[in-house]
Structure formats: C-alpha cells, structure tokens
Design a protein around this ligand. Sequence first.
Ligand SMILES: [Zn+2]
Length: 289
Amino acid sequence: MTGESSLRADIVEVGRRMYARGYTASNDGNISVRLGSDRLLMTPKSVCKGFMTPDMMCITDLDGRKLQGDRDPSSETLMHLEVYRQRPDVQAVVHAHPPTATGFAVAGIPLDRAVLAEVLTTLGSIPLAEYATPSTSELPEAVRKYIKAHDGMLLANHGALTVGGDLYGAYYKMETIEHFAKISLVARLLGRENLLSREEVMRLQDLRGSYGIKAPAPICADDDAQASGEPAVCQVVQAPQGAGSRLVPDILRRAVSPTHSAQTDAEGEIRLTYRELSALIEDAIRSLR
Ligand SMILES: [Zn+2]
C-alpha cells in the first residue's frame, strides 16, 4: 500500500472505531491527516464515520480548497486548517462528540484537575474552548486559544478535539479524554475526587521525557499562568500544594504549641499522646488515598 492509500485506510478504521464506541452519531465528527507538506486528506461531509470507504476521502490544499474527491470536505474543515496552521508538528486531527466528555463540555466544566497520572503525562490538562457556532470561522477562533499548548480540548456545548503526530496518536487521545471524563464523573458522583499534589504533578511532568512523550507545552499549576493566558502557553492543572510535604511540619507545629499537651525535651524529642498519634496516622492515611 502506498502512503496515501494506507492513510485512507487508517481514516476508515479510526472512523469505524469512533462510531463503534459511540463517539459519534449519524454523520457527526471528522478526521484529517497531512498528505505531504501542502495537502490534507479529509473526511467528506454528510457521511457516517462508521461506514466510510477509502475512496470517499477528499484531498484539499492548506487553504481548504478541494483538489480531489467526488464529495465535499467536512464542514469543520476551517477548524482543521487552523490546527495545522498553528501546529506544524501535528500530522492528524480528530473531532468527535463522545458523550461523557461532551457532557462536561455542555456543563462548562474543563477536565483540568490533577487526578490520573496517565492523563497528566499525555495530555496535561483538557481545557474548555468557548462555545462557537459549528462550521463557522468562530470555531477556529475558539480553538486558537488553546491549540498551541494542548493536544486535546473540549469544545463548549459541542464535543472534543484531539491532535497528534500521527492519526492513531490523535485518536487515542480522544479515547483518553472520554475515559478520563467517565472516571471523573464516577468520582464526582461518589462525592470525592482526591487530587494529586502539585509536587506529584511536577514529578509526572519530569517523567514525560523518560516515557518519550512529546507535549506541546509544560504543565503548570499556577493560577497566574491561567489568568495571563491568551493564547495559553502552558497546560494549567488544578493541583493542591502537597498535603504530604506539609503533614509533618503541621504536626510538629501543633506538637510544640504551648496550648498543646505534647512536649519536647532538650534533645528535640517529641512526645505525643495516644490520641495525637492516632490523628497523625489518620492524616497520613488520608493523604495516601
Ligand atoms: Zn462536531
């Protein structure tokens, strides 16, 4: 198979998987890949992504003009073009409406909490791009704010967008977003979503290098970065200052407090009552959960 026919076959397969997993209904969603340096291979408009054939794809230039194909390119071509313009490293773009992630997008809730190590190392955070009318130039405008720093984002009241160094890389990020959304939803329904500490998040960021993960921007756990970000320059993650590193100093401060029953001797030894020791152990267990 030539490069082009293999890419056509890959688009068909990714479309089939998206439809089989319920990430798209009816004719929703769209997929594109770079074809050399100046052309794109794009899914056509108004076809179900679960039942495409390789000959259906359109070839366009980087301005979206159709060069080849019996059908017209996707109605979201403008969004794809914007991604390729902003990200020369991106080889493929996937857009779908996976129901749980889209539920978060409808509720206006980004998936930006430090919860799962795998999500932090691959995507960092998944921000929420502002609502824009689909298929208009508003949508690329909304995507532009985050695309330089993110490989995946939610689109308010619409769906999700992922990009990658190849088509399967982009598609797997869509799977990761929907999987993460489901886990986040269950944790919130259970009433508790324990976050990883800022220190742990930074440790995971360091692991990106050893895993060979190429992220477009570093993770930052800083609200200031979020406030100044237009466009975003880092992947803002909500993570508390490490409870683990504060635990002992807090207990020590309490232990030496004059109002407290614990005492220290001249050697710096700390004496705790049984109740204080139990509280210390309970705190430690809580921070491990
Ligand atoms: Zn859509």
